[in-house]
Design a protein around this ligand. Structure first.
Ligand code: PEP
Length: 246
């Protein structure tokens, strides 16, 4: 039985005043059973980690550099995220793949760095609308999965995979439940082919316009173990309603 995970991606949103949302979320979910993760901008990471310390809410980064340290202005290493209180890091988000030209090979190197620093990696895959229209969805996400994960160290504790169709992120559009199930079943099969029994415990999240109103049916879909939530994770009340549907 895989533990459910609700992960919030704040992207480039949130000043100091937003920390109250994390505190409210922590207060609303005292009970064990579901893993809850908030990934704020790096500027809030250590303060958020302090704010939710001792609660159910874990804190994560939104990206890391593949190297431990060095002359890489503006970048943050996995070790630095861990030092700031993170236990997870999102890698390969489609916005980073698009805005920063991140390749599967780079994401794989970042995943290796995350694992070496003791962070769990939330590795994102997802097709564009043109790729879906061309019938390439399973091939695209399969290639991203295969290229973005390292051969060693992938377990239920160290890696989470998030399926995020690019055309569903921040648009209010969501695939049909059949489309979500098809991709998640195919990701599960690919993980089993590559990692054997260890793959059974790897969590598969759906991401893309998850809201309180559609969360329950998405969570009831085959091989969906939780969600990666953008906009609706910014307010504790919205994110709590999504968590309650898990
Ligand atoms: C995301 O940022 O990963 C995401 C899924 O965003 P939204 O929930 O806003 O579509």
């Amino acid at each position: 039985m895989r533990r459910k995970l609700a992960a919030g991606n704040w992207k480039m949103n949130g000043l100091s005043g937003a920390l109250g949302e994390a505190v409210a979320l922590a207060a609303a979910h005292p009970a064990p059973g579901i893993d809850i993760l908030l990934c704020p901008p790096a500027t809030l990471l250590d303060r958020m980690a302090d704010s939710v310390h001792g609660s159910k809410v874990a804190v994560g980064g939104q990206d890391c550099h593949p190297l431990v340290s060095g002359a890489h202005t503006g970048d943050i290493s996995a070790e630095m995220l861990a030092d700031a209180g993170a236990s997870y890091v999102i890698l390969g988000h489609s916005e980073r793949r698009a805005d920063h030209g991140e390749t599967d090979a780079l994401i794989r190197a970042k995943t290796e760095a995350a694992l070496a620093a003791g962070l769990a990696a939330v590795v994102c895959v997802g097709e564009t609308e043109a790729q879906r229209d061309a019938g390439e969805t399973l091939a695209v996400v399969g290639a991203q999965l295969s290229g973005s994960l390292p051969d060693a160290g992938v377990t239920a504790e160290t890696v989470v995979v998030a399926y995020e169709p690019v055309w569903a992120i921040g648009t209010g559009r969501v695939p049909t439940l059949e489309q979500i199930a098809e991709v998640h079943d195919s990701l599960r099969a690919a993980l089993k082919d590559r990692f054997g029994a260890a793959a059974e415990g790897i969590r598969l999240l759906y991401g893309g316009s998850v809201k309180p109103g559609n969360a329950a049916e998405i969570f009831a879909t085959s091989n969906v173990d939780g969600a990666l939530v953008g906009g609706a994770s910014l307010k504790a009340s919205d994110f709590s309603a999504i968590i309650a549907a898990l």
